[in-house]
Design a protein around this ligand. Structure first.
Ligand code: ADP
Length: 683
């Protein structure tokens, strides 16, 4: 994430301009940024990997015969890659992009048609009521429409013209486009390629959460906020994603954002009012609305400490709802994510209950129950401005003197989901319940589990530009070896495709089972095994991995950093991936690993249990190696079982690699389940 002084200065200037002048972002810079291709981004990143290789001492040359073998693999891989570059790569990528482009008009047109139909029926009523509604909204939300907000009426259409075409979601705010002649419309309709049939009826959903790839990501929540809306668009949902406009969002996206309006909003119990700006960016049919406020979102990282984060997300929760009202975008369902959006259901059913938004249903998804937004009650009372009657043990109070933002969100949501079935059961028990198990048992009637998927366009070894060699299930066995050699070279490991390489891509916290890994690392180093770590987190674990790298140079490589490109290289180049979590709501790394033909070694908990079927040596079925109790000895046993298969029955191992690559880990099924839940709420 970029955070240089230059960018900071640029951003401050831009935000100030937006606030003062209430003018849309400059088109020329946006265009310039958008013309930067993905290829050139990869070019920029590659030297980083090379640099790391250069920093580390070159690995000792293997024996002459081995070197010759490796050379053969590399030469073969190079030849294959050349073949792919000339034939497969463009074939794999371009048609995919084209396909998406071909599909999009279908969605847009359906949306446009629907909007058109809606318009004819509601325009008259809307026009007559719009002024009255605006007044009611402003009063109920404690919003004062500022001159900047009034200017939005002029600014929005200009902004709209500068962005890509809109979805139906924006129709109420955007000025109606000039009517096309009937003949032209007929022509366009005829030209329309027949897209996949969309399930009816259509539903509109507002996602509210604190992170979303590619703008800002610290873990799985960022992946879900990116991929699930895209999968829902294919399920005939109209999706708007509301996020904070953090300063750390890369400049290339900041520049493309378009000003949609601004207003003042009361927040605290003493009526302090704050600026709320709305900046919009549209990508692949998804509308991203960023809540803009320098005071709350100007830190380098999205999360800093609770003293800052509690006010930040009190503000964000209320501002997100106020923005929906302001844009006059009333979704069927408001879908909140984690504690940072925990107050959304509470505001919705209290301070916003006299606004048009009140007719929306609200769902909250728990991505990780460990984080709840708990802080001193008086501070949350002050910042949220919520009435005293909410601060009771059955709504928002925790331990009699603290308030809990997630708990309140669970109470006021129409439905609670979490990211796997097993975790949905686990969190109702004291061990996994993080002191909310009783509350969750009380609300278990509205609690469901839907397992996450991965975005298979983003995570696709056949088109992944971050890989040394792209591959598919057909040539995975050979090409994974080539990727392993490339990774070993880049990471300063001994170059030997015969070594068993174990990867770890994780936040370095005790949740991820790092105590178990720490305990067995000396037993993993056996002359035939290498370990590649990528992660950041608790300094205790960071230092431990640095130490192991020092002691076992060429065998263990610790990348103590957050680096997307390296993550892709490890998923492709490793043989196995360790995920021995203490608890794991769903877990995405094991899904990505399987999709890249890397065998997961996991503890049977939460989503790991739901997504990795243990290998069965009698039937030769399954996806990985598992163990149940949280015990280092059992983890070592699982690793050793995996090594036994790898070193003694390679054919069966290879079959598992291919089986895993063919396993459906996409979002499609889960998106259908979410859609069904939206229907259940709104039918
Ligand atoms: P979490 O509990 O952190 O959300 P998940 O398994 O759900 O765990 O998601 C982790 C996501 O973050 C995956 O996309 C993984 O590749 C990515 N990730 C984790 N650590 C790193 C890192 N150090 N560098 C790059 N990506 C990382």
């Amino acid at each position: 994430m970029t955070d240089s002084a230059e960018i900071k200065e640029e951003l401050t200037k831009k935000t100030e301009e937006a606030v003062k002048a209430a003018k849309p972002a400059k088109k020329s810079t946006a265009k310039k940024a958008s013309s930067k291709t993905a290829a050139s981004e990869t070019e920029e990143k590659k030297p980083a990997a090379k640099k790391s290789a250069a920093k580390k001492p070159a690995a000792k040359k293997a024996a002459a015969k081995k070197a010759a073998d490796e050379k053969e693999i590399s030469v073969k891989a190079e030849a294959k890659a050349e073949e792919k570059k000339t034939e497969k790569k463009p074939a794999a990528k371009k048609p995919a992009a084209k396909k998406a482009a071909a599909k999009k008009p279908a969605v847009k047109k359906t949306a446009a048609k629907k909007t058109e139909e809606k318009k004819t029926t509601v325009t008259v009523v809307e026009e007559a009521l719009s002024e009255a509604v605006a007044e009611v909204k402003a009063e109920a939300n404690g919003i004062v429409i500022t001159p900047a907000a009034e200017m939005q009426a002029e600014a929005a259409p200009v902004a709209a013209a500068e962005t890509s075409p809109k979805t139906a979601a924006e129709a109420p705010a955007a000025e109606p486009a000039e009517e096309a002649p009937v003949s032209q419309i007929a022509e366009e309709v005829q030209e329309e390629p027949a897209g996949p049939a969309m399930p009816e009826p259509r539903r509109s959903v507002a996602f509210i959460g604190s992170e979303c790839y590619p703008f800002v990501k610290t873990g799985g929540l960022g992946d879900v906020m990116y991929a699930l809306p895209r999968a829902l668009v294919k399920q005939n949902c109209d999706v708007k994603v509301i996020l904070p406009r953090y300063k750390c969002i890369p400049q290339e996206y900041q520049e493309k954002m378009v000003y949609r309006g601004a207003f003042e909003m009361n927040l605290c119990s003493d009526g302090r009012s704050f600026y709320v700006g709305i900046m919009e960016y549209i990508q692949d049919g998804i509308v991203y609305d960023f809540i803009d406020n320098e005071e709350f979102f100007s830190n380098g990282n999205p999360y800093t400490n609770l003293v800052d984060d509690i006010p930040k997300y009190c503000y964000f929760g209320k501002a997100a709802l106020a923005a929906l009202n302001y844009l006059d975008w009333i979704p069927d369902v408001i879908h909140c994510h984690d504690w940072q959006a925990g107050l959304v259901p509470v505001y919705l059913r209290t301070m916003f209950d006299q606004t048009p938004l009140a007719r929306s249903k609200v769902m909250i998804t728990i991505h990780n129950l460990r984080f709840q937004g708990i802080y001193d009650m008086s501070m949350i009372k002050y910042w949220s401005g919520l009435p005293d009657y909410l601060f009771t043990m059955d709504i928002m109070t925790q331990n009699w003197k603290d308030a809990n933002m997630l708990k309140a969100g669970l109470t006021y949501s129409n439905m609670i989901t979490t990211v796997s079935n097993t975790y949905a059961g686990e969190i109702q028990t004291p061990f996994f319940g993080e002191n909310l198990d009783a509350h969750l048992r009380f609300h278990s009637g509205k609690l469901r589990g839907v397992v996450n998927g991965i975005d298979t366009d983003l995570w696709n070894p056949a088109t992944d530009e971050k890989l040394a060699y792209i591959y598919s299930a057909e040539d995975a066995i050979e090409m994974k070896k080539a990727n392993k050699l490339a990774m070993q070279e880049a990471f300063g490991l001994e170059k030997d495709s015969g070594k068993y390489v174990i990867g770890l891509i994780s936040r370095l916290t005790n949740q991820k089972g790092l105590d178990l890994i720490n305990a067995i690392i000396p037993d993993l180093v056996d002359g035939n095994t290498q370990v590649v770590v990528l992660g950041t987190g608790d300094s205790y674990y960071e230092d431990a991995f640095r130490y192991y790298e020092n002691v076992h140079k060429g065998t263990i490589c610790s990348n103590i950093m957050f680096d997307e490109a390296r993550a892709h290289m490890i998923y492709a180049g490793a043989d196995a991936l360790l995920v021995p979590s203490l608890f794991e709501p769903c877990g995405l790394t094991q899904l990505i690993a399987m999709h890249y033909g890397t065998t997961p070694i996991v503890r049977e908990t939460g989503g790991l249990k739901d997504t990795v079927e243990p290998y069965n040596q009698y039937t030769n079925e399954g996806n990985g190696f598992t163990f149940d109790r949280y015990d280092a000895g059992l983890l070592l046993d699982a690793v050793n079982r995996s090594k036994t298969l790898y070193f003694t029955e390679r054919e069966r191992w290879d079959q598992m690699v291919i089986r895993n690559m063919q396993k459906d880990v996409s979002w499609e099924n889960s998106a259908k389940q979410y859609r069904d839940l939206y229907l259940e709420l709104t039918m």
